[in-house]
Design a protein around this ligand. Sequence first.
Ligand code: HEM
Length: 538
Amino acid sequence: MLIWIVTLFLGLVAYSVYTTIQNYEYWRKRGIPGPRPMLFVGQIWRIGRMGFGQFDLHYIKKFGRVFGYYDQKPALLVADPGMLKEILVKDFSVFVNRRDFDLQGPIMNLGLFSLRDHQWKNVRTVIGPAFSSGKMRQMEALIVDCCKTMDGHLEKTVEKGEELNFEGFFKAISMDVICSTFFGTKVDSQNNSDNELIKNGKQVFEVSATNPAFLIAFLAPRLIPIAKWMGIQMSPKRPLNFLISTMKDILHMRRTSGQVRRDFLQLMVKALNENETCKPQAHSKSSTRFANDQVSEEDENGPDVLSDVLTSTEVPAQSGGNRHAQLTNRTLTLDEVLAQSIIFFIGGFETTAATLTFMAYHLATHPDIQERLRKEIEQVIGLDGEPTYDLIAQIPYLDQCINETLRMHPPATRTERECREEWTYANLRLDKGTIISIPIYAIQHDPEYWPEPDRFNPDRFSEENKHKIVPFTFLPFGQGPRNCVGMRFAIYEIKMVIVSILKRYRMVSTSRTVMPVTQDVGLAIPKNPLWLNVERLR
Ligand code: HEM
């Protein structure tokens, strides 16, 4: 067995060195600069040492904002705002897709993130309206409920006089919000780390760099069909299967009972094709527990907030940048529904928790900024008032602080597009299949667009200054028709959580607060726990 593993590994390394040299030649012949071939291991070591963000910045400094990039397909790194506008918006029809990993597993391949062409457009058309401001507003009660649970934990921390690990704390809140709004299930993650949904949900994220599917997708994409045949997939199977069976149970319960709850799951019930069955599995341990949790939350008399989504929806056409309306009336298959629920889980958990953690760090280490933000919050909401969707939209400094956090720490360091057909920009001709790598972190730390990029300065986004921001240099949620579908929801959640905290507490750094905050290598998430003190205001 060992000999097979070693042979496979050496084969992969040899193959990747060969393709790297090929790709270098590919760009050299076109006169595009780029790093010279070096042993692939050397490149991995560099990324491991610097992280993707610093790695990109290093090469942009050396080769400029457009350069041929090492990858297993011809790849071009583009940090030039003018060219990005063409790729992400104007010529979107050429750049609809991301790279085809095809190793997500049979259901996850149907997730919005991986879907391609018309299948992507169809699912996005059905799902997109669930994130409208009207729908967000109607989910308020669920988020307020999670914030109250959070407040209870903060109260206890203050009483005990303990420091709090905000990184773990925000992960728990983020999990509570996702379980409530996407899985229709109320959990208190802070106190119930043994909860099966929480445990399995966390495990689905744990895609390590040594995962065979991950290695094959990046090092040897031509081996993907063999890997698929061998049943190799990206997400760990056991927790994924648990989430899928839980989802099926909840969907079945919703459909058969006719109950309506003001959450995203209700959209899924509506979107599900009438002919699809989602009967609970005989061995599913989860069915009774989650079904019961959910019944207690039902709102039989309330209007079905998502019911209009499928009947008549205005869809912006994606081709050639010409936006015209067209009518759709589509349903999703059960597998499509399951894939979206899980992709929301994956897309929404770590990203939002990381943003909250970095923001808490900057507020605690910049007491003047924290005070100014608290004053603005009090002016809009009042000393005894509660945050609502409409009120939190009236605090510009809150937006400024969130934007500056996302500029410095975009949870997605990069995003990408794949060129669907031959495409020309200025003197550059790209072949079909070329990968465009968009270095979000590096662009947002480019000193030409963002002077003193490592300084936390929310005033960059103030009314007086925001006209200075060069379009397509602030991309924490991507841009264009394939940007982050959960953006509005993420910002809403972050605002509600921060306002709920600042209304009653002050966050203060301690001797255990690691300064400056450290970031993980891949995703821009905090590397270490963030220890802070919380003080009650009144
Ligand atoms: C601070 C929080 C978040 C950040 C910074 C973030 C960032 C991103 C980025 C950069 C992309 C790629 C966009 C592109 O390629 O142009 C993306 C895509 C996506 N995000 Fe988020 N995200 C966040 C929260 C969420 C949440 C809460 C959800 C789920 C509700 C979510 C679901 C998705 C999905 C499904 C996609 C794929 C969209 C598509 O391909 O059509 N994200 N996100």
